[in-house]
Design a protein around this ligand. Sequence first.
Ligand SMILES: [Zn+2]
Ligand SMILES: [Zn+2]
Length: 108
Amino acid sequence: MLSLRPNCECCGKSLPPAATDAVRRVMLALRPNCECCDKDLPPDSVEAMICTYECTFCSDCVSTKLKGVCPNCGGNLERRPIRPAARLLKDPASTERVFKPSGCTTPT
Ligand SMILES: [Zn+2]
Ligand SMILES: [Zn+2]
């Protein structure tokens, strides 16, 4: 497990906690549902798909309605990595549901 050591092993320079805070801020939010159909997508769901901005959809909507393209930003959607249960205890998934059924079609 990452122990967040306080200094550089090479030169001994101290690495303030701000540096590790920055790492934490880029952590995936792991949203709990599909924006399109409001289907539940728990952190260990293999159906969850995300774009680079973490717009979150289920694989059904991605393949049938969105054709693999995020309707919000136009980027591609990929399988969301699964966060191991042990890490979820420390870094829990987001509980903030995002549901935008009107935005479920790919802009043409
Ligand atoms: Zn869906
Ligand atoms: Zn997006």
